[in-house]
Design a protein around this ligand. Sequence first.
Ligand code: BGP
Length: 443
Amino acid sequence: MSFADGFLWGASTSAYQYEGATTVDGKGPSVQDTATLAGGLSDFAQGSDGYHRIDEDVALFQQMGLKAYRFSVAWTRLYPDGVHFNAAGLDWYLHLLDQLQAAGIEPLVTLYHFDLPAALAAKGGWADRATIDAYLTYVRTVFDAFGQRVTYYQTVNEQNMVLAGALQQVQAGTLSLQDAVQGNHHLFVAGAAAINLAHAQYPHIKIGPAPNLVAVYPLTPTPVDALAADTYDALRNLMFGDMAAWGRYNQTALATLASAGVHVTITPDDAAMLAAATPDLLYFNYYNSEVVQAATNGPLPFKKVPNPTVPQTEFGWDIDPLGFYLTLRQLWDRYRLPLMVTENGLGAHDTVVAGQVDDPARIAYLREHIAAMARAVADGVTVLGYNVWSAVDVVSTHEGFAKRYGLIHVDRDEQGQGSFDRLPKASFDWYRRVIASNGATLD
Ligand code: BGP
């Protein structure tokens, strides 16, 4: 197996999960800061204290040999209320870029990772078209401030999971289905506008969206289950990939929404904006595969069911590296866009024993997934980089701090108690060897 010279071996974090310091230097609240979390779970107030420990972390990234570090900019540091600019919030990111440059690590910047300014959410969030303009103002600020120092940008992290979150609000009765889907459309337009802005005015930038993609299997070989899997795939994956690559809706997805009574309003300007926005590459996050079967008793013709044939993580996520291989080659065959894996990793209850964190399950997961990627590369699929989620332990979006993904352990508990000291895990050394061999050594 061989990866190209310059392959970007990296690791990821996101602002609200990593930085902490949620009221420092003028930062405003995002929807993550104001979210109601399940009882007992950590909030995001402290994160991994990354805001105060970034120099130490970058030094560890350099020690690990990372070629890339993928992080997100907190919109609410730059625009605390979504409207007014806060220069103090920018300085921290400029410092981070200095540190990465000195360490020879390529920055991969996510412009929007689940952390809409709460002030914009209060005005209707993505269902309100004004949010598109606010996003573009923020994006332009980032492009201008980061200048030539950043080449790789993701417009939106996991828009399909943003929609999934909105659908949960629909179930809870706090959002209409129409607003959820129209909000998703506005987010498509916002991402397209950011791509078009980059291409028109910042030609060095390589930009695209970063959906979360899964391999989808029918539970049985019956035609009804195959159809259900295909419909689910259209709504879960293809709607987001097709919009990215071709600037138009997947027809099966639109038809399925229409049969649930939802019609997306697409203005002529929207259609032109979407059609013009061709990404330079397709970033995506992959964790698992999913199984569906036909359903006849709900608004949608499918339902998700467990897969009895694959192992699971301690947190019940299916482990399926073959699904990763399948996804990589399907994406390449369908879109012919260079790919970059922005997240892949395993969440576990890691513990420190005698001053060490042994995480063989994580190493096995990463090894199998990198081997699957190598197989796709050997087939001729173009993959520019691969990023482990996560560089250091961060607060999980839904499962608190007990669910750890990091290559570097952070000494803190669910209540935010601890020294926040860093401790490289066994996977850190393993990944260092992988990177040093450019993916040739996975043992
Ligand atoms: C992705 C997100 C990340 C991260 C990861 C792990 O969906 O982009 O922000 O949270 O999933 O998910 P979780 O923390 O829910 O286990």
